[in-house]
Design a protein around this ligand. Sequence first.
Ligand code: NAP
Ligand code: MG
Length: 477
Amino acid sequence: MNDFPTQLLINGTWLDGSGAKRLAIVNPATEEPFAEVSSATADEIGQAAKAAQAAFESGWRDLPPGQRAEMLHNLAKRIRENTENIAQLETRNVGKPIGDARWEADAGAKVFDYYAGAIGHLCGQTIPVARGGFDFTLRQPMGVIAAITPWNFPFLIACWKVAPALAAGNAVVLKPASLTPLTALMLGQLAQEADLPNGVLQVLPGSGAEAGHALATHPLVRKIGFTGSTEVGTTIMKLAADDIKRVSLELGGKSPNIVFADANWERAAAESPMSVFANTGQDCCARSRMFIEQSIFDRFVDQFVAATEALNIGDPGNETTQVGPMICAAQRELSESFIAGARDAGCEIRSGGDRPDESGFYLNPAVITGVETSDRAWREEIFGPVVCLRPFNDEAEMLREVNDTNFGLSGSVWSSNLSRALRVARRVESGVISVNTHSSVHTEAPFGGFKRSGLGRDLGMSAMEACTEVKNIYVGE
Ligand code: NAP
Ligand code: MG
């Protein structure tokens, strides 16, 4: 008997699911399966959508904002009381270092507290229209919102999607990634314990092809909040088109890390390995393309390699581990194919790229130089522990290379010349950029991408506003 839920949460009831298929849950650090989870059918997604609509209409949308806020604060409290359980489960299911998993569980609680507080700040406007009278806007909830999430930050990204949608008065149907549904189910359980009404938050693991597709096409679903690959994001946008469903898409990235010679570049070299190898490189914000000013390039690479080789790689259950295994065999093979391709193209693998001896989907972080801008490893999102470094001489030419990509999610600029750093930050085509640090995701600030990295923004007030429709009301004189 597991001490975590493995069924579908539909309208306040835990159900086995009628489908024959079950999702096998594997520990990436041991390669051992340790649980099986129900997999929702299209029919069950339909039941959940109807229950969500009923919960929305029968009270949730009209609940006084203060009561909604209190419930979401309660949910934050329940998350905080269960941080250790959530973190242990996340580490077992994702292979994430336990310290990171604890931080993410706590960050999830903060997201619910933030949006509970934001409820009182979701304001309309009064507008002085030309013909007089009284004109004002309301921000109204949409109804049923679908949340479809990936496997790299299963708990935290579920919180990013669910909290602003609920805070704005919508009901949510959450479909987590098939590889990592456990902490999303736990979120559903904690929401029940926090007395959220039945149907307001339902959690249905299931395959993208069946459950995800059914959710994205269900007529009662008014908006799809999606985080995942650009490929599936494109499909979601097409599926949404028939009903003009709203979409918010947080997709892939190939983010730059730009280091000028006038920066505290020793610090940049020491801190940059974790800007790409954290979460074993399975991070949409991974700074996987590094642009280093030519005059410091050789010294920088030496220090970067030394800092990479000093990382603690291994059992994610250990308190001191910084880099755990990858999520599954297929993702590791994909990363290895990029490394092999780079080697064949004549690039130099300066460190890693090989597997350690132990079982588990481990891959030693690969540091690659000698890359051409046309190489696959430089152009495509790898989503594993692989980084490419290239020297640059000229700022304008470097910026052309930085922006020569279909992605535009994140990035960093290192320079002690603030005018230069800000000039470059403004020119980089990305939704998020950090100066002299790699920290660029904050609960209170908008997060999302330019170009094929996405549409819309998670976090901050933008995410909550994007879970509403604007209604204009005019009162004649
Ligand atoms: P994915 O393959 O795109 O899957 C994401 C979610 O979509 C999963 O729940 C998946 O279900 C579901 N899905 C798959 N096909 C579907 C379909 N036809 N209709 C509806 N849903 C469908 O992404 P992933 O492999 O889990 O995650 C890695 C990707 O996420 C990377 O590209 C990464 O950059 C991106 N990401 C972006 C951000 C960001 O904020 N920008 C954050 C994290 C990750 P299954 O699990 O059953 O396939
Ligand atoms: Mg996938």
